[in-house]
Each structure stands twice: as structure tokens, then as C-alpha cells.
Design a protein around this ligand. Structure first.
Ligand SMILES: [Zn+2]
Length: 107
């Protein structure tokens, strides 16, 4: 089974030929988030608590990119068994949409 890092959509080369991830377009971001939900890397359960703030230079749990201090961040505080999940605002929107779609299909 391929890991996410091997997926051609998630690995890009920059103009110098150096492998780099991102910047991602929304479709790639969506695929990555959907993958993480299916792999159990992101929760599928209901929302417990939600907060907003600025990034603190930590990686987004959705797309894996750093949430810069000048970017808006959505923090989702999860129920039992889930740590705090930090997402870019846009990643949160994607996750929320994917989560409900997967929930409807499989739940
Ligand atoms: Zn993100």
C-alpha cells in the first residue's frame, strides 16, 4: 500500500527540481483530508468544541502544511480518544464537508 508521501498528487517538484509539498490547490487538499479521515488520521465523529485563532507555526492536521502566525486557524477540540486537532480555516471547511459526506454514505 502506498503512503501519502508517495502519492504523486501530494509530492511536487519546485522549479529547481527540489521535491516539495505544496502549495496545494483545493482539490489536492481535499484528497489529502479525505484520505486522512479514511485512514483514521482525522476524526469522523461529532463536534465537541470549536475555537478560532491565529496559527502558532504548527502543522495543520488536514493538509500538513504549517499554519503560519498570520493565518487563521480553526482548532477543534475533540471527544474522548481524540487529541486537539488544528486545521487551517479552509481545511476545516473541507474536512467538515467530507466528514458529513462520508458519514452519510457509511453511517
Ligand atoms: Zn491545512
Amino acid at each position: 500500500m502506498r503512503t501519502i508521501g508517495d502519492h504523486p498528487d501530494f509530492v511536487r517538484k519546485d522549479r529547481y527540481g527540489i521535491l516539495a509539498v505544496g502549495p496545494m490547490d483545493e482539490d489536492v487538499r481535499r484528497q489529502l483530508i479525505r484520505h486522512r479521515i479514511r485512514e483514521g488520521g482525522l476524526p469522523l465523529d461529532h463536534l465537541v468544541e470549536l475555537g478560532h485563532g491565529r496559527g502558532i507555526g504548527q502543522a495543520c492536521d488536514g493538509c500538513g502544511e504549517t499554519i503560519a502566525t498570520d493565518q487563521r486557524m480553526t482548532v477543534r477540540i475533540c471527544s474522548d480518544g481524540w487529541r486537539t486537532v488544528r486545521l487551517h480555516d479552509e481545511c476545516f471547511q473541507i474536512w467538515d464537508g467530507e466528514r458529513s459526506q462520508i458519514g452519510e454514505r457509511e453511517g
